[in-house]
Design a protein around this ligand. Sequence first.
Ligand SMILES: Cc1cc2nc3c(=O)[nH]c(=O)nc-3n(C[C@H](O)[C@H](O)[C@H](O)COP(=O)(O)O)c2cc1C
Length: 199
Amino acid sequence: MLQPDLTYQLLRNLTSPVVAVTAERRGKENGMISDAAVRASIVPSVPRLSVYIHKFNYSHDMIFETGRFGLHLLHTMQFDIVRRLGFFSGRDQDKLAGIPHHRGKLGVPVLDDCFAHFECNVANVMDTGSSTLFLGDVVAVGRGAAAELEPKGELLTASYFRNTMPAEWRLEYEAKLGDAQQIAAEMSRTIKPVVWKRS
Ligand SMILES: Cc1cc2nc3c(=O)[nH]c(=O)nc-3n(C[C@H](O)[C@H](O)[C@H](O)COP(=O)(O)O)c2cc1C
């Protein structure tokens, strides 16, 4: 018999670095946080990555409809970005307004300050019920321009964020995670086949 709490704790070892995922649709920009992104190709001439985005996040439909997104590895000194993009939805506010950024080659927002960024065209998707796994063809990359001028620490991992976030954020983080888990629980049971529209 699986012990859900133990299983969840052990699965946390499989979380990725903390990434900021950005999108643009009909002139509206947005960004969110994920810790479920991995390299998805070992072929240098076919660079790919993948990331799981919950369907109830605003970013999900922006990426699904436009077929493109930006993905940023962050520094250990960018906790504020994690809170701003990962604790609130872009449905209610312009989360990127106070974060220096520019449009990349694909037209997606690229954060000026980051450890590294990747611009992707969606190559395929997989439904998980509660989320979509987006497979992205990486078409442009860069290191954060601001970070090159002034080092901003190490790569921000999910465990470092969870263990080191300011104490006053923890209750809020855990409440939001609990809400998302509840919504995702029912949705996760129904997985649909999806055929990705190729551009
Ligand atoms: C550390 C951290 C990791 C997260 N990982 C994910 C994830 O892997 N997938 C996801 O859909 N949401 C994840 N979230 C939650 C979204 O970032 C959050 O719901 C965000 O408010 C969505 O914004 P949006 O509605 O503007 O798209 C994470 C949040 C944090 C703080």
